[in-house]
Design a protein around this ligand. Structure first.
Ligand code: SAH
Length: 348
């Protein structure tokens, strides 16, 4: 017997036990999506900054190396959350090596397909399902690019009579969002309680728990994390759940497991979670500003001198990463560090 498809399994679960929270739908859809494909690149569903240019990973690697140097060059491990194809890690580690930092690579990745892609570029790496098995005897130099946006979010929707949990129901094979059980006003930030009917408020309990665990590690072991994503500084209203398929937006409730589901990251909430564990936080700064501060223009010039035939490509890649109308403003970075560590490079 062939195993039932994810949509069939979700439909059956909803028919038997009732509509499920948006977070459960998103978690199941993304777990299947990432486990079954490499979604990156022109032939896939979306392109990320490290796939646009080697400069992205190199500059982040140099930022980590510089911060580590000013922290007194302790024993350190490189950690990446959701490393995709391993491109960023390979570029960062190569750049770190030039600064005479050669940390072991520890990759937090759940997808077997992407682990295989990462293994080709990073043969010596170690893999982890979550943060719990990361080394505890070294400072951690952490990068997460477009990772937090893939973690499941909870949505609350304002009804005529108050706030309700947003659930996913199923009619035949069609999934659709509905308003579920009422939630107490106490869980809604006071300034947002009187929102218009239909307003949506998001929370990211998985991202907050992960950030707390990461910050606890950084405080205990030393280290710094640079987190890059698109997002906002909440609390704020708005439905940011979105699907991308073949480089175009799609209905997030259609075809679970066959398209990339993301939500905007609430940087203010992530920073508060890290600070609650005693970590220092920096940013958000625009990706464009960060890359300029880290020296993308001199890196682009150096690469162009070495390969004049690629000069036009380098200018185009630099523009895509930095320009406000491209990725430069939409994407933002925060840094989280042990309080004993210096201000991370690029966040002064
Ligand atoms: N950072 C990469 C890839 C971004 S796509 C880049 O910039 O190109 C999101 C990545 O996070 C993928 O590697 C995906 O498999 C991984 N991922 C998603 N959810 C995860 C989870 N809950 N735990 C670990 N990895 C996860």
């Amino acid at each position: 017997m062939t195993e039932a498809s994810l949509p069939d399994r979700l439909a059956r679960a909803i028919t038997l036990a009732g509509p499920i929270p948006v977070a459960q739908f998103m978690a199941a859809a993304n777990a299947h999506y990432y486990a079954t494909r490499d979604p990156l690149g022109a032939a896939g569903d979306f392109v990320t900054a490290p796939e646009i240019s080697q400069m992205f990973g190199e500059l982040l690697g140099l930022a980590l190396a510089d911060t580590w140097d000013r922290a007194g060059r302790p024993d350190a491990a490189y950690v990446e959350l959701g490393p995709g194809r391993g491109t960023l890690a390979a570029d960062a580690l190569r750049a770190m090596g030039k600064a005479r930092l050669m940390p072991p690579a520890h990759l937090v990745e759940t997808s077997p397909v992407l682990r295989a892609a990462q293994a080709e570029r990073l043969p010596g790496a170690a893999w982890h399902d979550d943060l719990t098995s990361l080394p505890d005897d070294a400072a951690l130099l952490v990068v997460a690019n477009e990772f937090f946006d893939a973690l499941p979010i909870r949505q609350l929707v304002k009804g005529a009579d108050g706030w309700r949990e947003r659930l996913v129901a199923c009619q035949d094979t069609l999934f659709l969002p509905i308003a579920g059980k009422p939630v107490p006003d106490a869980v809604i930030p006071p300034a947002l309680r009187d929102a218009e009917p239909g307003a949506i408020l998001e929370a990211a309990p998985a991202a907050v728990a992960l950030m707390r665990a990461l910050a606890r590690r950084l405080v205990a072991q030393g280290g710094v994390a640079i987190i890059i994503d698109y997002g906002y500084e909440g609390p704020a209203l708005g439905d940011t759940l979105q699907a991308v398929r073949g480089h175009a937006p799609a209905n997030p409730f259609a075809d679970p497991g066959e398209q990339d589901l993301t939500a905007h990251v609430d940087f203010a909430t992530l920073k508060a979670a890290a600070e609650a564990e005693g970590a220092s936080t920096y940013g958000p700064v625009d990706q464009g500003e960060l890359l300029l501060a880290l020296g993308i223009d001199s890196r682009a010039a150096a690469l162009a001198r070495g390969a004049p035939d690629r000069a036009d490509d380098l200018v185009a890649a630099r523009q895509r990463l930095v320009a406000p109308e491209a990725m430069g403003r939409l994407f933002k970075a925060i840094a989280v560090a042990a309080p004993s560590w210096p201000t991370p490079a690029g966040f002064a």
